[in-house]
Design a protein around this ligand. Structure first.
Ligand code: NAP
Length: 338
C-alpha cells in the first residue's frame, strides 16, 4: 500500500508490504489470484497529494495497477473458478473485485501476461494511435517518443507494417539496439544527445509527418521544430513531467510550429476508442500469430520488487512491457503492497 506520497522518482520506502485476511465475497464479486502486474507510468500522477485530475490515491490504500490472474472463487455469473482474467487488480497477491470490471482472457491467444502488453492496453493504445488517431500511411516519416517502452515498442512495429519510415526516440545504447534491431525502426535518436536537434534533422530529412508524443517537455519542442507541413501530432502522455511537482503548470512552447506547418495537434485518451477494442485485439492477435508483431517483456520477480520495477519506468532501462510476476501464497492470507 501507499505509505507516503513520493517526492520525485518513487522509492521502496514510499510503500508498505502488509498482510490481511481476504474477506468473504459479496454477490457479483470474484477472487482473483494475481499472476502478473503491469507497471504503467500513469498511476504516478495519482501518487501526489495535490493532484487534481486524476485525484490523489489516499494514503494507506492498495496501489492501483492492472493485472492478470486466475479466478479462485466467484459470485459473478459471467466468471468461473479457473478462468483467466485481466483488469484492475491492484498490487496484491489476491484481489477481491467486481466481476463486471474484469475482461476474460483467451488462454489460446498468447501467454497470460500478453493480456497486459501487446494483447492488452499497450497494444490497443498503439493500434488506435497508429491506425485511427494519426492515420499512419505508407511513405510517412513517423517519430515515436519513448520508443523502447510498452506502447512505443508496439507503435514502432505497427507503423513499420503500415509502410511508414519510423524514427524511434530512445535513451541509451541498449534501447537503441532494441529499437533498431528487434523492432525494426529505420533510425533512432537519443533524447540525451547534446545535438538532439541535428540528430533528428538527419533522421527526418523531409521532416516528420507524424509525431506520437508521450514524453512532452523539452523533447516535445525539439521534435516539433522538425515537423513537416501538414504533420499530424498526437499527444498522449508527458512522462518527462510525471515526477515533477509542477507537472500541471508545464506548457509547450511549440504552438508557433503548429500554425506555421498547418499541423493537426490532437489529444488522445484510449478510453474514447472502447468500441474499437475488440477490432484492435483481433488485428493484434493475427499479427502476433503471423509473426509480423512481436511481444517484448521485462519481468521482475516478486511483489516485494514492485516499487523498484515501477520506479524503473522513469529512471531505469527496461525495454518493452514492464511486468511483475507475483508469487501466489499457498494459504488464504492476502499480502498487499499498496
Ligand atoms: N492517453 C492514453 O490513453 C495513454 C494510454 C497508454 C499510455 N499512455 C502514456 O504513454 C506513455 C508511455 O506509457 P507506457 O505504458 O508505454 O510506459 P513505458 O513506455 O513502458 O514507460 C517507460 C518509457 O518512457 C521513457 N521515459 C521515461 N522518462 C522519460 C523522459 N524524461 N524522457 C524521455 N523518455 C522517457 C523510458 O525511457 P528511459 O528509460 O530512457 O527513461 C521508457 O522507454 C506514458 O506517458 C503514458 O502515460 C497514454
Amino acid at each position: 500500500m501507499l505509505r507516503r506520497y513520493p517526492v520525485g522518482i518513487p522509492l521502496s520506502g514510499d510503500f508498505d508490504l502488509v498482510e490481511a485476511d481476504v474477506a468473504e465475497l459479496n454477490e457479483g464479486e470474484v477472487l482473483v489470484e494475481t499472476h502478473y502486474l503491469s507497471m504503467d507510468p500513469a498511476p504516478r500522477l495519482r501518487m501526489d497529494g495535490a493532484a487534481v485530475f486524476p485525484p490523489p490515491l489516499p494514503l494507506g490504500q492498495v496501489v492501483m495497477g492492472r493485472g492478470v490472474g486466475i479466478v479462485r472463487g466467484s459470485r459473478f455469473a459471467g466468471l468461473s473458478t479457473g478462468d483467466a482474467v485481466a483488469g484492475e487488480l491492484g498490487w496484491q497477491e489476491y484481489a477481491r473485485v467486481s466481476g463486471a470490471q474484469l475482461r476474460k482472457v483467451d488462454p489460446q491467444a498468447g501467454p497470460l501476461q500478453a493480456a497486459l502488453g501487446v494483447l492488452g492496453p499497450s497494444g490497443i493504445t498503439a493500434h488506435c494511435l497508429t491506425n485511427y488517431a494519426a492515420k499512419v500511411q505508407s511513405g510517412d516519416t513517423v517519430v515515436v517518443s519513448a520508443a523502447a517502452g510498452s506502447v512505443g515498442s508496439v507503435a514502432v512495429q505497427l507503423a513499420r507494417s503500415l509502410g511508414a519510415r519510423v524514427v524511434g526516440v530512445i535513451g541509451g545504447a541498449h534501447q537503441a539496439r532494441f529499437v533498431r534491431e528487434d523492432l525494426g525502426a529505420d533510425a533512432v535518436v537519443d533524447y540525451r544527445s547534446s545535438c538532439l536537434d541535428a540528430d533528428l534533422a538527419d533522421a527526418c530529412p523531409g521532416g516528420a509527418n507524424v509525431f506520437l508524443d508521450s514524453v512532452g517537455g523539452a523533447l516535445h519542442n525539439v521534435v516539433m521544430a522538425c515537423i513537416a507541413d501538414h504533420a499530424r501530432i498526437v499527444v498522449f502522455g508527458y512522462i518527462s513531467a510525471y515526477n515533477s511537482a509542477a507537472a500541471s503548470q508545464r506548457e509547450y512552447g511549440s504552438i508557433y510550429q503548429i500554425i506555421r506547418r498547418r499541423a493537426t495537434l490532437c489529444g488522445f485518451l484510449i478510453s474514447d476508442y472502447a468500441p474499437r477494442f475488440s477490432e484492435a485485439l483481433t488485428h493484434l492477435g493475427a499479427a502476433l500469430a503471423a509473426g509480423t508483431l512481436k511481444s517484448f517483456e521485462h519481468c521482475v520477480q516478486g511483489l516485494d520488487n514492485a516499487p523498484a520495477a515501477f520506479a524503473a519506468l522513469f529512471d531505469g532501462d527496461p525495454v518493452g512491457k514492464q511486468l511483475v510476476q507475483v508469487r501466489p501464497l499457498k494459504n488464504s492470507k492476502q499480502r498487499v503492497t499498496p
